[in-house]
Design a protein around this ligand. Structure first.
Ligand code: 2AM
Ligand code: CA
Ligand code: CA
Ligand code: CA
Length: 266
């Protein structure tokens, strides 16, 4: 069985080197002109650089790990299946709107899974040069420094990552009312525009929770490993478990914050 032989820590180091190559290229392409498109939603931007970076990463992974599956946001991609095949789930640029408009607060995200379990998680903030990395069972790190398990935070002192669009979007009225109560009850709300980074911030203690009503596997694959290694919860907004195979709602939080959050949506 491949899991028994697999040295996930060594695979993490290899993945970090691929992310470094991608990040170097991202810094270069930032000086070039961008071709910007929108996807189905007018606020979901994609540039030619997202596609180029994914191709660069895919080529590297294929060269060294031809038997592994690669699932990425851009281009034609496979789906995630919770089977024996080692699966790289990548978002070449998470926070594309920030990349285009602000040139900060975007990241490269890589999660490596097998049978639905996340073994490696890497989130790299290209501008601030911050690495968030984790290997299942071996802890999570920020720039090489071990991140402690998150302790409980009184809800009224919690800082929440939350996109204000969820208050006015298509969600049903009772859910939106619940969100208003949550926004009122926590200490402060922040919105950075990158699901992977905001989730990494929960693991690192900068945020105490982050939620979204629609994320895809590449948005949270890496972060989920970081969250698990720091004792945080990662669930759907109805409290049920998240599957790495599906697009879903998403709540990443310190356990007691997660409970308080969910109780306000009843
Ligand atoms: P992206 O930048 O890779 O598209 C903020 O919008 C966060 O939600 C980002 O992490 C973004 O990832 C993600 N996201 C997922 N689905 C999205 C959508 N349909 N429109 C905009 N952002 C989306
Ligand atoms: Ca996108
Ligand atoms: Ca994304
Ligand atoms: Ca993306």
């Amino acid at each position: 069985m491949e899991t028994q032989q697999m040295n996930w820590s060594a695979l993490k180091d290899e993945a970090v080197s691929f992310v470094k190559t991608a990040a170097t290229r991202i810094v270069d392409v930032e000086r070039e002109s961008l071709h910007i498109d929108t996807k189905e939603d007018a606020d979901d931007l994609v540039t030619d650089k997202d596609i180029e970076i994914q191709r660069l990463m895919t080529d590297q992974i294929r060269k060294f790990y031809p038997t592994h599956r690669i699932v990425g946001e851009e281009g034609d991609h496979d789906d995630v299946h919770n089977d024996d095949t080692i699966t790289w789930i990548i978002d070449p640029i998470d926070g594309t709107t920030n990349f285009v408009h602000q040139s900060m607060n975007y990241c490269v995200s890589v999660g490596i899974y097998q049978r639905g379990i996340g073994y490696v998680g890497i989130v790299y903030d290209v501008k601030s040069e911050e690495w968030f990395t984790a290997v299942r069972g071996l802890g999570a790190y920020m720039n090489g420094k071990r991140l402690p398990k998150r302790a409980s935070v009184p809800f009224e002192q919690a800082i929440l990552g939350f996109n204000a669009r969820w208050l006015v979007g298509k969600a049903d009225e009772s859910l939106k009312q619940g969100f208003q109560t949550i926004v009122r009850d926590v200490r402060a709300v922040r919105s950075y525009g990158s699901a992977a980074l905001e989730s990494a911030y929960v693991a690192a203690g900068r945020l105490d929770g982050y939620m979204s009503l629609r994320l895809s596997p590449w948005d949270f694959a890496a972060a989920k490993v970081l969250l698990e290694e720091t004792g945080c919860e990662c669930v759907k907004v109805d409290g049920s478990p998240i599957s790495i195979e599906d697009q879903s709602t998403y709540l990443a939080a310190v356990p007691n914050v997660s409970q308080e959050f969910l109780s306000r949506l009843q």
